[in-house]
Design a protein around this ligand. Structure first.
Ligand code: ZN
Length: 150
């Protein structure tokens, strides 16, 4: 393991141990759940959406280290973003975890998930909270499940 992947590993471990924005969000006006039965990850994502902008985001639930760290980092990166910006960020993140390549600079700490591309089953873990968050942001309220096509 080279130095950079050790650093990335540390980012994931840190967010797994101390997830950011973990817990219910009383002022949320959008909520969606995500379920990844193949691993047992299940999360609820809470959004406070005002004029198409994500003012606050939080999550709770339980899952493996990858899913929890990805959800935690997602909440940090979505704070203050518009729904369109959130969709773009997810496209970049999805590209990263499926190919291992970051094609944009603004993924910052999320680049820690590049290694997920070597473990296809883990892609579902890494993207679960994103699916839930985008469902919540779109207002569809659908339950996100990794068992359906993206
Ligand atoms: Zn998982």
């Amino acid at each position: 393991m080279d130095h950079l992947s050790e650093l990335y590993q540390a980012v994931i471990l840190d967010h797994n141990r101390r997830p950011r924005n973990f817990g219910k969000l009383p002022e949320a006006n959008r909520v969606a759940t995500g379920d990844n039965p193949s691993c047992g990850d299940h999360f609820t994502v809470y959004l406070r959406l005002t004029d198409d902008r994500i003012e606050k985001v939080a999550f709770d639930g339980a899952g493996c280290a990858i899913s929890k760290a990805a959800a935690s980092l997602m909440t940090v990166s979505l704070m203050g973003k518009s729904v369109a910006e959130a969709e773009n960020l997810f496209r970049e993140f999805h590209h990263l975890v499926t190919t291992g390549e970051a094609d944009e600079e603004n993924l910052s700490d999320m680049a820690a998930f590049a290694g997920v591309s070597q473990f296809p089953a883990r892609i579902k873990c890494a993207t679960l909270a994103w699916h839930a968050a985008l469902n919540a942001a779109r207002g569809t309220g659908d339950k996100a499940t990794t068992e359906e096509p993206v």
